[in-house]
Design a protein around this ligand. Structure first.
Ligand code: PLP
Length: 463
């Protein structure tokens, strides 16, 4: 990632503080299609629209803050993944990125499968009509109730995450008279983050069963011996917001060598491997994500090559993109409140939401971009930090970005690429009412998750 420490040329302050930001774009009014949803565009009067509807109209109708998801873009991305992987592979959308019944229906219609990792996500998927055999159930500590519900519903696979779970799922399946299809999640000793990956000998994390010291082979041995389980494959998930395919290459090689070891020991070739999710998206113009067809091609080639070398039939591949499908399809719309210029530092722009609708900046030091969307401006760029209204100084939405220096209270600004891990991680901190998710498509806007009300909050408070 190339970033200049300081923007070129004099800007609103003589001295700009150290920071992790790029120079301002030549024209702040231009929306980079890399970070904005497909149908987002500036209209002739200078305001921004999505799905053919102006953001000012949307703000009036639905209030702020609110998430607006471009349904056309969501469907197009889902379809692109589906098409890229073709008939010999499966795409499981990772529901934890953002899940609602409308999203489940879109996925179903576009031919995708769905990953869930809790009883709540499973209930949402089933209630919106996702066929159970297209659901995969994940998690490092699934409860007996969750496992029972998943087996009863007939989920297509449960991804086993520990030795205890192998026995637990087998027992539950058997007592229900079922044979549950399972994958075994292994940790391959690869940790990938953004532009780097680290191959380590040992895994120090809560997920999966380690390949390195023979634990994974032992897990397979035990699972194969249990009548309640049908072992269909091996699962690996190496990280998140990954751009570099090298981590997947190492993971695939290690998973395939486990398949070969299983063949040698048990005389069976497991028919599936899952390489997880974690594919990166553009949060700012500095990020360059790969297209689904490039990813599909790269993964397909790696697995085919490794299997040929090990003299194995190429297994059916599945992948689990969450962020890469929903992330770029939505933006959060905020109204600007107070504006505080700090001389020689930056200007703090407060919005009507914050860490309760986007915890990622506080949690992961995530980077976002931001734009003035209710009008254009030719004013000089000013370095801003977009902050929320919560009682925390870490309540930051966008750490370093540029907005026009004539920004005023009442302007609408939008943070793009907030479709993943924003509403799904939203909280009621400070008794904030969680914002709605509004789907926009072809000139129509429809609430798919409504805004919380004070009644919603008080309904839970039964003291
Ligand atoms: C979180 C997760 C994913 C999705 O990750 P993204 O970064 O949203 O693509 C896929 N698979 C598993 C097992 C996960 O835990």
């Amino acid at each position: 990632m190339s970033r200049s420490a300081h923007p070129a040329g004099p800007r609103h302050a003589d001295v700009l503080p150290e920071g992790h930001y790029s120079a301002p774009a030549d024209d702040l009014n231009v929306l980079d299609p890399k970070v904005w949803a497909q149908t987002v565009t500036r209209t002739e009067d200078g305001s921004v629209s999505v799905g053919g509807i102006d953001v000012s109209t949307l703000a009036e109708q639905f209030g702020t803050p609110a998430y607006f998801v471009d349904e056309t873009d969501f469907r197009a991305r889902a379809r692109a993944w589906r098409t890229a992987f073709g008939h010999d592979a499966d795409v499981f959308y990772a529901g934890k990125a953002f899940l609602s019944r409308a999203v489940v229906r879109w996925l179903h219609e576009e031919g995708l499968n769905l990953d869930v990792c809790s009883g709540g996500e499973l209930a949402t998927a089933l209630s919106a009509g996702m066929p159970a055999d297209r659901i995969a159930f994940h998690g490092n500590n699934k409860s007996v109730a969750e496992i029972t519900r998943a087996v009863e519903a007939g989920v297509g696979r449960i991804v086993l995450d520990s030795f205890q779970e192998i026995v637990r799922v087998a027992h539950i399946a058997q007592s229900l008279g079922r044979r549950q299809r399972v994958q075994i999640r292994v940790t391959v000793g690869v940790e990938a983050h953004t532009h780097e990956f680290i191959a380590t000998a040992h895994e120090d994390q809560k997920f999966g069963i380690a390949l390195a010291d023979g634990q994974a082979a032992e897990a397979v041995r035990r699972a194969l011996a249990l009548d309640g389980l049908e072992v269909i494959g091996i699962h690996s998930h190496i990280g998140s917001q990954i751009f570099d395919m090298a981590g997947f290459e190492v993971a695939a090689r290690r998973v395939v060598s486990l398949l070969a070891a299983i063949r040698d020991e048990h005389g069976i070739e497991l028919p599936e491997i899952d390489l997880g999710g974690g594919l990166g998206i553009a949060y700012t113009s500095d990020d360059d994500p790969r297209e689904p067809h490039e990813i599909a091609k790269a993964l397909g080639e790696i697995v085919t090559r490794e299997c040929e070398a090990a003299k194995l039939r190429t297994p059916r591949i599945s992948v689990e993109p969450g962020r890469a499908i929903v992330g770029p399809t939505a933006f959060t719309l905020y109204e600007v409140g107070t504006i505080k210029p700090l001389e020689g530092l930056r200007t703090y722009v407060s919005v009507d939401g914050g860490m309760s609708d986007n915890i990622r900046t506080a949690l992961y030091d995530a980077e976002y971009s931001v734009a003035l969307v209710s009008r254009t401006s030719d004013a000089e760029p000013m370095l801003v930090r977009v902050v929320g209204k919560h009682c925390e100084s870490g309540d930051i939405v966008v750490k370093d970005a540029f907005l026009p220096s004539d920004l005023a209270p009442g302007d609408l600004i939008a943070v793009p690429a907030t479709g993943a891990y924003c509403r799904s991680m939203a909280s009621n901190y400070n008794h904030a009412l969680r914002p709605p998710v509004v789907a926009v498509r072809d000139g129509e806007a429809r609430v798919i998750v409504r805004r919380e009300t004070e009644e919603d909050l008080l309904r839970l408070d039964v003291g």
